[in-house]
Design a protein around this ligand. Structure first.
Ligand code: SF4
Ligand code: SF4
Length: 423
């Protein structure tokens, strides 16, 4: 007898659906496939069928539940406030309980990503062989979807030296004065392995503004790809390890340059708790988490006009892409725009559908790369319409996907994190 524990926790959200179909106008997957199973209404219906014992966990069902970017565009526009992200994550968790993770995810999530040291070791190994990775389409055929999805894209090079090997445990304010606050820096995997300069820039920026920064060595992956795939058990383990890593550091806030990491750390309390004690612990942790964009404006209260443009960007036309994990998961949209609009020396142009998902969706883009490219194609149309030279965002995951699709579409734009634009 199945207990369907995770689905029962979110039953109320699936029940809220009024079947109005409004979500179909906003769902990037539905807009490409025009299938009822793609959109929130169809997924809610399926989950209710499972709860009523009228539907089994079949392969087809796994495919339907897997085909969601968790972009929350449907939820943001749902008149009944259905939380499809929670419905999808709970359904994926039940699938993992019943069918297991599969060999590749099991290895990637539990043996590699869940263990900081092992992750570093495998990343270094990949580094040695990355020259062999195809960077154009269609070179690897007849391989499992997972490998094909990784192999076909323009994949950024791993950094020669990972951020973890470049950082010190503590950074004092550069003015030599008493720190105005003490923050923990959370690096996240993409910043650690691919964009270490972003982490160093953030630390430099914070210490220039009188902040003391601590970087605990035993921080881990935030767990986004893992628990959004339904592996709640490993997700809880990572949540507990991360909370422990910052527990005795006496920090006022924990800041990250990755929009997905900040939202994932804040949302442990939403997706993971199994007990009331866990929920309280995750809620306490959430209060400390700040994305870099909100920290500099809302906490440090740096006036937007005080940000200085780096010389190399002078005269450029710039547009902003809203990462789903910033705009809908954390309601962060005004802070980065305020900085970009106030920066002297650039022209800011708003992109049509700036808040539309870029199509990445974590492992979604690995399993459904063709769909990712179609969804990203619409994002590329928006970028072209602005005439921008630079696309700015604040999530390394989005940066990887935007760069891939800018190259695939032979577009001239460069993609940068907002931290790269400012002095
Ligand atoms: S918009 Fe909301 S209420 Fe309407 S069908 Fe979609 S999920 Fe259901
Ligand atoms: S979260 Fe995004 S991809 Fe998933 S059903 Fe909603 S709009 Fe579609």
């Amino acid at each position: 007898m199945k207990d369907l524990k995770e689905l029962k926790k979110i039953e109320q959200f699936a029940d809220q659906c009024m079947k109005c179909g409004f979500c179909s106008f906003f769902c990037p997957v539905y807009q490409e496939e025009k299938m009822e199973t793609s959109v929130a209404r169809g997924k809610n219906y399926l989950v209710k069928q499972i709860l009523a014992g009228k539907q089994e966990f079949t392969h087809e069902m796994a495919d339907i539940i897997g085909k969601c970017l968790l972009c929350k565009r449907c939820a943001a526009n749902c008149p009944a406030k259905t939380q499809i992200d929670r419905v999808v994550v709970a359904a994926r968790a039940e699938l993992v309980k019943e069918k297991g993770l599969g060999a590749i995810k099991n290895f990637a999530f539990r043996k590699v990503m869940a263990n900081r040291k092992a992750f570093g070791k495998y990343a270094r190994l990949m580094q040695k062989f990355q020259w062999m990775m195809p960077t154009t389409e269609g070179k690897i055929k007849h391989l499992p979807d997972f490998i094909k999805g990784l192999g076909k894209r323009n994949f950024p090079s791993l950094s020669k030296t990972f951020l973890r090997d470049q950082v010190k445990p503590v950074y004092k304010p550069q003015n030599g004065e008493k720190p105005k606050m003490r923050v923990g820096f959370f690096m996240g995997c993409a910043t650690d392995f691919v964009y270490p300069e972003l982490g160093l820039k953030l630390i430099d920026f914070l210490t220039r503004h009188g902040v003391e920064v601590v970087v605990p060595e035993d921080q881990n992956c935030c767990g986004a790809a893992i628990y959004f795939s339904g592996d709640l058990e490993t997700g809880r383990m990572l949540a507990d390890l991360n909370i422990k890593a910052y527990k005795d550091l006496n920090v006022d806030y924990i800041v990250t340059a990755c929009g997905t990491c900040s939202s994932t750390l804040k949302d442990y309390q939403k997706y993971l708790p199994d007990t009331e004690e866990q929920k309280q612990r995750y809620e306490e942790f959430e209060k400390k988490i700040k994305d870099s964009t909100e920290f500099v404006i809302d906490i440090l209260k740096i006036p937007p006009q005080d940000f200085k443009l780096r010389k190399e960007f002078e005269g450029k036309v710039v547009t902003w892409h809203d990462p789903c994990h910033l705009v809908r998961y954390q309601n962060i949209k005004d802070q980065p725009r305020a900085i970009l609009k106030a920066l002297k020396g650039i022209k800011y142009v708003e992109m049509p559908n700036a808040d539309m998902c870029c199509g990445m969706g974590g492992s979604f883009s690995v399993y459904h790369y063709d769909l990712t490219k179609k969804i990203a194609g619409k994002k590329m149309d928006g970028i072209k319409a602005t005439g921008a030279d630079i696309v700015v965002t604040a999530c390394p995951g989005c940066m990887i996907n935007l760069i891939d699709n800018v190259l695939l579409n032979k577009m001239p734009q460069k993609v940068h994190h907002f931290l790269e634009l400012v002095e």
